[in-house]
Design a protein around this ligand. Sequence first.
Ligand code: MLC
Ligand code: AMP
Length: 505
Amino acid sequence: MNQNLFATFARRMRERGDADFITTRQGRGYRYDEALAIITRLAGALIELGVTPGDRVAVQVEKSPEAILLYLATLRVGGVYLPLNTGYTGEEIHYFLADAEPALFVCRPGDAENARSIAADTGCPQVATLGTAADGSLMEAAERATPRDDIIERDDNDLAAILYTSGTTGRSKGAMLTHRNLGSNAATLAEVWRFSEEDRLIHALPIFHTHGLFVACNVTLMAGASMLFLPKFDADVIFEEMPRGTVLMGVPTFYTRLVADERLTPEITANMRLFVSGSAPLTAETHRAFEQKTGHAILERYGMTETNMNLSNPYDGERRAGTVGMPLPGVEYRITDRETHESVPKGEIGMLEIRGPNVFVGYWRMPEKTREELLEDGFFVTGDLAMVDERGYIHIVGRDKDLVISGGYNVYPKEVEQVIDELEGVHESAVIGLPHTDLGEGVTAVVVPEPGTNLDEAQVLDHLQGQLAKYKQPKRVFFADSLPRNTMGKVQKNQLREQYQDTYR
Ligand code: MLC
Ligand code: AMP
């Protein structure tokens, strides 16, 4: 049997016929049958542009229904979808194209010239454009193309997507996800979160990460539900749309912003059946305040780019504030000693490790990194510290990796430090995450200047412009004569976090 995830989606899409798939507030969207028709054309265009099975299709475009059709067409032709954050700079894109060697790079119409030069530099043979109004050279090619309604055969373990996640060493790693990884997780989530054809998901997340792309869109497709596509999170629009929606998926920042708004009431949320939170810790305080104001207990779940979703609070039963629930069906976990990988006694804190059909097959062209994190017995070392309580609910209590999560986006300090350290007059720097009322954590730099230089905050920030995506750039830069170090010479970031703890709250 063809294990191409798109074969499963296509069956569901055909069954749903003229039901809505994606809608927008501008009235531009696709019914399921319309989406299928465009996907056959896009598939034809991809093949004509030279995409063959196993080829990567790198995509940096604004959110639009067509971007999802492109994702589905890529699966259909056996390609490997590689979405890129719209905030990445040319320098960042250069790295991704050089590393992933895609057969095609689809960019925003306004970026075409720059994209062509990066493509030429990195050996990427084709560039096409896709705008937000069904415009761009890709859609033109689809109109001309011979439609392809065959679905290229894929094996369970063939790649469906590569998503880059920042790495502790500063080099981003491409997480290789198979058709089985994505398909098993989508089927499980649709079932445990009780998705049905009646659902209308309010989709306000970006579509270049696991949360907005796989959790939101794959689950919608599995269930034959519909999605309202919003360009970004905007509380005014969410309040307007909630009476016609049934589910919202968001990062904790969505919920802290909604809770702070007096429009959040039981009446406005009356049509909604589910609020899901993930990608970063939701505070117990926000969970309780949301329930108090609406009667809805937010369902918090835990996942990663490398694994899709692993743990989830129950649909029925208590959704415990401050916990991420239990393993999803088919997913195993253990909490271990980080050196020996032996399980620690119940109730103690240890490294969270995950095994299951959802766990990726490795990092693109990084066998050593893969071996470090994906153990021989199939468990993946998440880098998150966890403990399980007496009722079996898992708590994420911290991170054993030097990672900042700002508004649901991951920032690896090393990457930012490396760019800061290149600035003339900088001796060294330490990048930390500090508690931030809106974003959860705020990226912050502590810089040690070379003696006798006169650096200021604006100079450091200016230097980062154009080199790092905006969300990675520090919200504040502080200066110090030296960084606190332990006897091994390691920078004591805890001390810095303590010293500057009140910066954003
Ligand atoms: C925007 N900015 C951010 C930022 N988002 N800075 C730091 N961190 C962020 N997350 C910048 C903007 O460029 C702008 O800069 C300024 O901050 C204010 O922007 P804003 O208008 O307040 O931001 P907004 O557009 O409202 O975005 C905030 C947000 C958004 C939280 C809604 O970042 C978001 O949708 N995040 C979701 C991320 C996500 O999908 N994560 C899932 C990863 S998958 P200036 O200077 O231009 O004003 C994963 C696995 C799993 O983790 O388990 O799900
Ligand atoms: P990413 O690499 O962007 O997929 O981010 C994955 C990381 O997000 C995990 O390793 C966790 O640190 C964090 N994360 C995701 N969901 C949660 C959650 N519900 N609570 C706490 N942290 C989370």
